[in-house]
Design a protein around this ligand. Structure first.
Ligand SMILES: [Zn+2]
Length: 87
């Protein structure tokens, strides 16, 4: 047995939810694809399909420009569950 994989199931959560359009104002929908430092998670970790990953990248960048999602997080302010206070 090699080391345990951190992300075991690989399926596109957005395909499962049948997402055709993403709104940059809906920050809660982006939470699957942002790391705890608000970086965009790579597709190889999230299992998102190419189509949705491209949508997400655009939407997250829009959300950043609109200051809904931070660009950077300082070392002290790293949150373990960034979207807990949403909703
Ligand atoms: Zn998908």
């Amino acid at each position: 047995m090699a080391e345990k994989r951190k992300y075991k199931k690989r399926y596109c959560k957005y395909c499962e939810a049948k997402v055709d359009f993403m709104d940059y104002k809906d920050a809660g929908a982006l939470r699957f694809s942002l790391s705890e430092r608000y970086k965009i998670m790579p597709r190889r970790l999230t299992g998102n399909c190419k189509r949705h990953q491209d949508m997400i990248a655009v939407v997250i960048k829009r959300a950043r420009a609109a200051a809904l999602v931070p660009y950077t997080v300082t070392r002290k302010a790293v949150v373990t569950a960034p979207f807990e206070n949403l909703k």
